[in-house]
Design a protein around this ligand. Structure first.
Ligand SMILES: NC(=O)c1ccc[n+]([C@@H]2O[C@H](COP(=O)([O-])OP(=O)(O)OC[C@H]3O[C@@H](n4cnc5c(N)ncnc54)[C@H](O)[C@@H]3O)[C@@H](O)[C@H]2O)c1
Ligand SMILES: Nc1ncnc2c1ncn2[C@@H]1O[C@H](COP(=O)(O)OP(=O)(O)OP(=O)(O)O)[C@@H](O)[C@H]1O
Length: 293
């Protein structure tokens, strides 16, 4: 078995890295580090010495069985940019706070890595969004996809923006708002949820359009089929606005047309029988905290 290892915040990653590496080495699993992480590791991580490294998605070929992401949800979103359309499943080990997407808690590393070696897991294929800009923006070319959501936000102003929205070419609405979120089912429990969007199970074949603080009082989150093409045109007092893909932000000018569509690939997340999505909602969104349950 061959495993790619990724972490973004060094101290968070190192707090559990020795335990993970000891397990992998004891079971003869080959591990390869993301290069920036590897270069910054402290001397205390002895097992990492002389390990191989990868620098981009191009280095992760079919010989890899999985990528271990060490951190919280933000780290998984970054990990997705290494995996891209390779199909290599991501195992999230939560050394952060909420870790909604990171199924393995740091207290249970050995238990779940044992299940991984025994192949006692399933993969949950997550819908991904693609963003196209017209006119094109060269620095977006390689990272024009999102696992959680594409978000439009006002920039350098307190004024609202107007977001003219078309679904499969048909006019829907012009949202007068701080912004607009086009979310995948995975992203439904992220930013969209905070703006009143519905929670959607990861396997649902839908996208969600959620306005951010709309001043149209009757504008509500809208659930649409996942194969809908969403086209947006933004106007406002400033010449530019922000577009984010998960945690990656870009400045875009008002004359740009944005087209958001389901990507032709999915990202696979490793899941275990006893750490299901429904259990995660109860535990991490605290649905299970109702005293009457
Ligand atoms: N007001 C908000 O709720 C808000 C604002 C901006 C971004 N976000 C979310 O943060 C993500 C970027 O992450 P970051 O680490 O750079 O930002 P961050 O540091 O602000 O953390 C965002 C929080 O959202 C949680 N989160 C992220 N994705 C989630 C998901 N799919 N389900 C449940 N919880 C999730 C994380 O655990 C974290 O606690 C965005 O994709 C967006 O979904 C939320
Ligand atoms: N700038 C930072 N420097 C050092 N550590 C950080 C920084 N930002 C976050 N961390 C730590 O790293 C952990 C994981 O961060 P990450 O971005 O992966 O997750 P997150 O999106 O904050 O979500 P979660 O709520 O799941 O932790 C955080 O919980 C925090 O302890």
């Amino acid at each position: 078995m061959k495993v790619a290892i990724y972490g973004y915040y060094l101290s968070v990653t190192e707090s559990i890295l020795n335990e993970i590496l000891s397990f992998l080495q004891a079971h003869n699993v080959e591990f390869v580090f993301e290069k920036k992480l590897y270069d910054n590791l402290s001397d205390g991580i002895l097992l990492a010495k002389n390990a191989a490294t990868f620098s981009s998605n191009k280095d992760l070929d079919k010989s890899f069985d999985l990528l271990i992401s060490i951190g919280g949800d933000g780290t998984i979103l970054r990990a997705a940019t290494f995996v891209r359309d390779s199909g290599i499943p991501i195992l999230g080990i939560n050394a952060g706070r909420l870790g909604f997407l990171a199924t393995v808690q740091k207290e249970n590393i050995e238990k779940y890595l044992t299940l991984v070696l025994a192949k006692e897991y399933t993969t949950s294929s997550r819908t991904i969004l693609n963003l196209n800009l017209s006119p094109k923006k060269p620095n977006l070319k390689n990272l024009n996809f999102a696992l959680n959501e594409v978000t439009i936000n006002r920039k350098d102003t307190t004024s609202m923006i107007s977001i003219e929205t078309y679904l499969n070419g048909e006019y829907l609405n012009s949202y007068w708002a701080d912004g607009l979120i086009i979310s995948t089912p995975t992203g439904s429990t992220g930013y969209s949820l905070s703006c009143g969007g519905p929670v959607v199970t990861p396997d649902a074949k839908v996208l969600i359009i959620t306005p951010i603080a709309p001043h149209n009082l009757n504008a509500r989150p809208l659930v649409i089929p996942e194969n809908t093409e969403v086209r947006l045109k933004v106007s406002g007092r400033e010449e530019n606005y922000l577009v984010s893909l998960d945690s990656r932000i870009n400045t875009v000018s008002n004359d740009t047309i944005l087209t958001i569509k389901k990507a032709p690939f999915k990202i696979n997340m490793i899941e275990f029988k006893d750490e299901s999505f429904l259990k995660t909602i109860r535990n991490k969104l605290l649905w299970g905290e109702d005293k009457r349950n």
